[in-house]
Ligand binder design. Sequence first.
Ligand SMILES: [Ca+2]
Length: 512
Amino acid sequence: MPVFDPIASAATRISEAREPAFVHVDDSNVAKQKLAAYMKRRGRPPNVLIYLMDDVGWGDMGCYGGGVAVGAPTPQFDRLAAQGLRLTSCYSEPTCSPSRATLLTGRVPNRHGLHRPPMYGEPGGLQGEVTIAELLGQAGYTTQAVGKWHVGENEASQPQHVGFDDFYGFLSVSDMYSEWRDPQFFPEIVYSAARTEWIKNMPFNRCFVHAKKGAAAENVEEVTIPVLSLLDEKWCAYSTAFIERMASEKKPWLLYHCTRGAHFDNYPHEKFLAKSPARHPYKDTLLELDDIIGRLTATLKATGQLEDTLIFISSDNGPHMETWPDAAYTPFRCAKGSTWEGGVRVPGILVWPGMIDAGRVSDGIFDFNDILPTLMGLAGQPERVPTDRFIDGVDQSSFLLAPDGLSNRKYHYYWLMTTFSGLRCGEYKMLLSSTSDDATDAFGTGGFTGILQRHTYPKLYNLYLDPKETHNYLTRKLSYMEAFQVGMRDHLGTFRRFPAKRVMGMAADARN
Ligand SMILES: [Ca+2]
């Protein structure tokens, strides 16, 4: 059998409705044996803690080269990374809601339909999609969502109606509660009673809420700016209490904990204000996020659940550079909103003591849409992955559990809202379309500033030689075209049988 290579080796199609995946037989056998032994020992599948931060960059944490070097030490993240697997090629989508919906459904935005974030109560969200919460609930899990939601504020898209047993958090995104209240950014609204009233009458909930499965959400507290600075603390307390309560339960659990931080504008909790060496709100907030994951994992340990819990730590997109300096750090090109690496390559740390080997680092491609089939694989119920719709995720159980396991994913596909932007395979990335980020733009290099450009010929980048995507290598590397053409043809071909969905896009798109 030829030696495996992510570009030269073919992926295997298991169904018309599934992304083809590599089958690493040895890894797969090891993973099955480990899982079977775990199930025999513990009598139930693992708990799952997803710790998803907002707009935190690939380069922010010490274990990714940031930390002390960028004025915000992250001892807890660094410690956890050393206890498990640190991914260097973990991919989100370019913005918040598309990423979150992809993580929850195992599908790319062109299928779940959230191409961009809904704002100020715009209708549309997860409604009609099947989520990890619903599937794990069917598999016997208690499912809890805490913190930021932002995948639909309409009732049918709220967490308690798409599979979660309980939700404690806000339905939208941090800046929507603050920007029209902060005289620094919106003086013309704050100092105008008429405009303030106009915003208040928009159809979004200005409170954070509590909701139980199937019931209406109840307001907990209005999210004023002083409340905003306390939210991550309040949400940490709620999740800590959940973890403590679950210790005596027989059922396994899913905790989907999404932080408020570090989305602009950051108003650090007073415990962390000016505590970072950078003495900057973004960096102070990062200290808090680091401290909170430390508290959650300490609670897991104190209650004897650490070795029974898979932890996934990540961020929903790259730095938001239009709000710099209240922004993250990435060593890659461009930012949130783009399909350059800076927009979509995010930290990814996976910890499960005794099951995932400590100290691993891998550049194998891992996509947010892999979470759903992977969790169902680890829960021992892969047959629950939906078959009535296309699932873009691949089961990465063997990547995680086998010592030095390899990624089962051949391609990552880049979508720039409704435009197919490109794909990555191995260390190569081909871009057909992208957002412009050069000096001819009005200002800045943020991912929301440029224009959509369709390249005359595809651009090909070698992400090992050129991680900043500055040297188009296509002319000297035409032999790679076959791998990219096959991947593109197969991926785009799936939309013929499983048509694209559009729930949330640009207004102009919606009229088409
Ligand atoms: Ca975000």
